[in-house]
Design a protein around this ligand. Structure first.
Ligand code: NAD
Length: 470
């Protein structure tokens, strides 16, 4: 399959967008069973081509197969199954009560598809983050064009194959290619744009969407803190933080970006973090580089970006407590733990999106909360403590897209929870019912009886004898 460039696909984008606009009108009244059939087709393709999916994602950045199975394949198949199970209920009109002034009428909310959807996906979970939103788009009755990331070409080509073998182009289409392809797509008046990526590009997407007043879901990133209180179970916290941070080699939007630890348990935590790295990635003591369970940085450009963050921090006084080894030959970046950080370091200002874990101390909860509140609102916040009062304070005195007590990254897998950020970390929510709502217009329907209206007394002419205006 040839790689798509703007030059050879620009006219095709115009044609397919037009075809999808027509199809979107037909889909407006589509039944739940029709939409479920579309979803089942995707499920069948995934089941049949599981090995190809594994090979494609692995080829892009050596993501270990067990991680691909859970964080790419299972996440999508379970989303499809959950959606199919609940779709009738979600699509059903929702009756609302009748106020006194409207007696005689009846009213309900009808969930109609927004229409044409554009899904722009990142590279870090390239299969899951392109197809997860597609599940919601199809469930809501939308058509969709997917622009996967150019950084993971094997997975992007596979997604295109999935779509071409499964759907008519008027229903779902994929355009690979560079940023210019995304920019061309953004000139089209889509009814909804679902973007997953960085806050910087999110702003560009929102500006483009404003041109057509397309609605947006922006799934962005940021610096998600993990707070380890003096009353935490240190061993348990360390293992969960290490898993959340180093799964996918730190390239996870909801990875704990940095740790805020109570000064009293700093040394114990550092030791436990080091032990957890050994236990998970180097049990035979041969070095993490030999581990089959540790992914690689997606490309040299990103490896150099993360190397620069480390070098900048070291120059400005940070110390490497663990790790620091990098091999440009195969984009290997050792799990790295840093101490002695300060705010002027770039690593404390931008999302790391790589396997470096800065450890900062605090003396009391007020200080930790103040620190978090001084930064843009994160996508996730993790709190580790046996003390529910501490956890509740942390979760109610800060703002974040999601909050998890005594675990990391797990909320992504919970179908009943809305997934997304707040302000700088995102706008709108995804997953399950929330994903269905993102692609639906909640239409307000009021059915009045002929000859009856509560507003009759308000009709003009105003102010004549006997008519009293409120
Ligand atoms: P990115 O913003 O660089 O790119 C994402 C997509 O946008 C790609 O398909 C790319 O081609 C396109 N794009 C890039 N520049 C563009 C432009 N100028 N105009 C139009 N389209 C453009 O993000 P990335 O590097 O692929 O992913 C990493 C970021 O994504 C991190 O910030 C991470 O936190 C975030 N992320 C968020 C979630 C979430 O669910 N909230 C999930 C994964 C990643």
């Amino acid at each position: 399959m040839e790689f798509q460039t703007l030059e050879n696909i620009s006219p095709v984008i115009d044609q397919i967008f037009e075809a999808q606009q027509k199809q979107a009108v037909k889909m407006r009244n589509s039944s739940a069973s029709h939409r479920k059939a579309l979803l089942n087709k995707m499920l069948d393709w995934i089941k049949t081509n599981k090995e190809d999916i594994r090979r494609a994602v692995y080829a892009d950045f050596k993501k270990p197969y067990p991680e691909i199975d859970i964080s790419e394949i299972f996440v999508v198949t379970s989303e499809i199954k959950y959606t199919i199970k609940h779709l009738d209920e979600w699509m059903r009109i929702k009756k609302v009560g009748t106020p006194m002034t409207m007696l005689g009428s009846n009213a309900y909310i009808q969930y109609e598809p927004k229409g044409t959807a554009l899904i722009i996906a990142p590279w870090n979970y390239p299969f899951n983050l392109a197809l997860g939103p597609l599940v919601s788009a199809l469930a809501a009755g939308c058509t969709a064009i997917i622009k996967p990331s150019e950084m993971t070409p094997h997975t992007s080509a596979l997604i295109r194959r999935l779509v071409e073998e499964t759907y008519d182009q008027s229903q779902v289409a994929v355009f690979e290619g560079e940023v210019d392809v995304a920019q061309k797509l953004l000139t089209k008046p889509f009814d909804h744009i679902f973007f997953t990526g960085s806050p910087g590009v999110g702003k560009i997407i929102m500006k483009a969407a404003a041109e057509h007043l397309s609605s947006v879901t922006l799934e962005l990133g940021g610096k998600s803190p993990a707070v380890v209180d003096a009353k935490a179970d240190i061993q348990d916290a360390a293992e969960k933080i290490i898993y959340g941070k180093f799964v996918n080699c730190g390239q996870t939007c909801i990875a704990p970006d940095y740790v805020l630890v109570h000064i009293a348990v700093k040394d114990a935590l550092l030791e436990a973090l080091k032990n957890a790295i050994h236990k998970m990635y180097d049990p035979a003591d041969k070095g993490v580089e030999k581990s089959k369970d540790y992914a690689r940085i997606v490309n040299l450009k990103h490896l150099k970006r993360i190397k620069h963050l480390l070098a900048d921090a070291e120059i400005k006084g940070a110390q490497i407590f663990f790790g620091g080894y990098v091999s440009e030959e195969d984009n290997f970046f050792e799990p790295t733990i840093l101490t002695g950080l300060s705010e002027e370091m770039e690593i404390m200002q931008e999302e790391i999106f790589g396997p470096i874990l800065p450890i900062i101390t605090y003396a009391n909860m007020e200080e930790a909360i103040r620190y978090i509140n001084l930064k843009p609102k994160p996508l996730a916040l993790y709190g580790f403590s046996k003390d529910q009062y501490i956890i509740n304070r942390l979760f109610t005195e800060t703002s974040s897209g999601g909050a998890v007590a005594n675990d990391c990254v797990l909320h992504f897998l919970h179908h009943e929870l809305p997934f997304g950020g707040v302000n700088n970390s995102g706008i709108g929510k995804a997953h399950g019912h929330h994903g269905f709502l993102a692609f639906s217009n909640e239409k307000a329907v009021l059915k009045q009886r002929i000859g009856l209206t509560a507003s009759k007394p308000l009709f003009p002419p105003y102010g004549i004898a006997g008519k009293k205006i409120i």
